[in-house]
Design a protein around this ligand. Structure first.
Ligand code: SF4
Length: 326
């Protein structure tokens, strides 16, 4: 006999999956797969153009994460067209698309210029929304109110690079903002009803594994809808490559099996209301200084994490303590 819903383990996010997954979040919303299409609209960032500093964050190498179809020499429309073609070839089932303004700081321009780019993306057939990656210091009230109005007409998410909850780390990697700046941007965005995401890196210099794990309490308290995590990968040609060469003892880089154990511990403590979009990031080997983890596709990593959660009979938020109930 087929099990009924009551026979199955249904977790707080309403499914049998052992973590609050991004793909399920979108399937619940649209009833079908929705694919992100990346765009490099030619922005820079205040950490590179001298407004905050020159040279950028010490680990930054944006081209390592840009898909091949994505280049600022092409219009937004061209990049979406090529991106859809690329994804149709890989996964035939996507029917709707989200334009993902990914490279650099995608709110770092006057609002009138931004509107043109975003609206060009939204006018493309089958594009149902926008995801906009940026820094906490690249939004202001005027932009946030525009996003609030836009989010009533389409799906809209603002994704902030935060990277660490520790100011000593943010200073060391030359982020040019504090954790408090990030919390303030997140709170201002989320309080307007805009979907808010955050991005973090595990393995940054000077952080111990205990400190990395302890960030889960700060992250769980943020009013974010989605979160992405990456293991630190040291890129060729970055200031961090030199720092690593000179002081390797300051880095606690993860081997794949260690990361898996660490990430499961992290996930067990993470607020179950937060949708987890990524566990890892893999830049192509030609950008990496040193060895990567070998080619592991995102879907393979998701399967491995789910299998490990099942083996340990654990799930996202099993050890989460809601402060309101503490
Ligand atoms: S804020 Fe982003 S784009 Fe700018 S330097 Fe840092 S990682 Fe690179």
């Amino acid at each position: 006999m087929k099990p009924t819903k009551a026979d199955l383990n249904i977790y707080p996010w309403g499914s049998e999956r052992r973590f609050n997954s991004y793909s399920s979040y979108f399937r619940d919303r649209w009833g079908a797969r929705v694919q992100k299409v990346s765009i490099d609209a030619g922005f820079t960032c205040p950490n590179r153009d001298g407004s905050k500093s020159f040279g950028g964050c010490t680990y930054c190498r944006n081209d390592a994460f840009n898909p091949s179809y994505c280049h600022p020499s092409k219009s937004v429309t061209e990049q979406i067209r090529e991106g859809i073609k690329f994804h149709k070839w890989r996964y035939n089932e996507a029917v709707s698309y989200l334009a993902y303004f990914q490279a650099y700081s995608n709110t770092y321009a006057p609002l009138e210029n931004l509107k043109k780019l975003y609206e060009e993306a939204l006018s493309y057939p089958d594009v149902v929304g926008l995801i906009i990656g940026t820094r906490p210091d690249c939004v202001d009230e005027e932009k946030l109110h525009y996003f609030k109005d836009l989010s009533k007409k389409c799906y809209l998410a603002i994704e902030y690079g935060i990277e660490s909850c520790y100011n000593k780390t943010l200073k060391r990697i030359n982020r040019g903002h504090t954790f408090e700046d990030a919390v303030s941007a997140i709170e201002s965005t989320s309080s307007l009803g805009i979907n808010t995401g955050a991005h973090f890196i595990f393995g940054l210099p000077g952080e111990t594994r205990e400190e990395m794990l302890a960030q889960v309490d700060f992250i769980s308290d943020l009013p974010i809808k989605t979160v992405k995590f990456h293991q630190l990968q040291i890129m060729k040609g970055t200031p961090m490559e030199i720092e690593f060469r000179n002081n390797p003892e300051d880095f606690e880089l993860f081997e794949w099996e260690e990361y898996l154990d660490f990430f499961i511990s992290f996930l067990e403590r993470l607020n179950p209301a937060i949708v987890v979009e990524r566990f890892t990031g893999e830049a192509p080997p030609r950008f990496l200084s040193g060895e990567g983890w070998g080619k592991k596709r995102t879907d393979q990593i998701v399967n491995i994490v789910e299998k490990r959660l099942e083996e340990l009979n654990t799930w996202q938020g099993r050890l989460y303590k809601d402060k309101r109930q503490k």
